[in-house]
Design a protein around this ligand. Structure first.
Ligand code: SF4
Length: 260
């Protein structure tokens, strides 16, 4: 056995961290029904980086874990949850413990990936202490090599009682006569959307919408002399950029009238 050749002071001693009753109780409550955002701090204890890639896929645009309020933070001081990836290597044991102590109580510990859960393919490596749980009090295990982003979100949801909270959600059923208000109903739908697209193309989503609303309000008000009203709108406009958008919309309307 390799351990027989290692001096006793260097041999593997897990020395797990234990929780006092008060912290354990507070943690139980946090795990059952957190009703706010969760800040997660990630510690890579010695994996192959595959888990990190999946975590980043989880928090970026496609899977977007932030919609559930799950945010990754750069310091354990801000964390509600510590997420340990990779097998626990000898050199990362101390930093892993320091990160644990740096996070405020109550905190949740998650073991992520086959390596975090058990040591994975590195479990019998000479420099590996196993998974996270010989050293830290783990609450949630997310298995997989690496876990997929949906599995990661599922792990978070289970850990935080989010699933349970979602299951209690009620769905609004709209009554049959519930109508959505349509802005400028007198202007045909296709004309309205072409104005909106053009205005937003010229001046961005926010200002484009404001400008096109002003334009459509003007043409809705004065149905007898639509082009006269537009010309007055253009003439009274002091902002050259806005005037350019109005003129463009006027030309667009003109093209539709001529075509129509
Ligand atoms: S669980 Fe798999 S992907 Fe994750 S660190 Fe270990 S070997 Fe890499």
């Amino acid at each position: 056995m390799l351990a027989d050749n290692i001096p006793p002071q260097l041999q593997w001693k897990p020395d797990p961290i234990t929780l006092d009753a008060k912290v354990a109780e507070a943690k139980k409550k946090l795990l059952e029904s957190i009703k706010r955002s969760v800040y997660v701090y990630r510690v890579d204890c010695g994996g192959c980086n595959g888990c990190e890639i999946e975590i980043f896929a989880t928090i970026t645009a496609v899977f977007d874990a932030e919609r559930f309020g799950i945010k990754v933070v750069p310091s354990p001081r801000h964390a509600d949850m510590l997420l340990y990836t990779g097998a626990m290597t000898r050199s990362m044991r101390e930093p892993a413990i320091r990160a644990y102590h740096a996070a405020p109580d109550p905190k949740i510990v998650m073991s992520y990936g086959a390596c975090g859960c058990t040591g994975g393919i590195f479990h019998d490596n000479y420099c590996v202490w196993g998974g996270t749980d010989p050293i830290l009090p783990v609450d949630v295990y997310v298995p997989g090599c690496p876990p997929t982003p949906p599995a990661t979100i599922f792990g978070f949801a289970c850990a935080l009682g989010i699933l349970d909270q979602k299951l209690h959600a009620s769905h609004h059923v709209a009554p049959a006569d519930d109508q959505t208000f349509v802005a400028f109903p007198a202007i045909p739908y296709k004309v309205r959307t072409s104005f909106e697209r053009e205005a937003r193309r010229m001046s961005g989503y926010y200002f484009g919408k404001k400008i096109v609303d002003e334009f459509m309000l003007t043409i809705s008000k004065d149905k007898e002399d639509v082009f006269g009203a537009i010309d007055r709108l253009i003439g009274n406009e002091t902002d050259a950029r806005k005037r350019a958008v109005f003129m463009d919309l006027r030309a667009l309307l003109m093209s539709k009238v001529v075509k129509g």
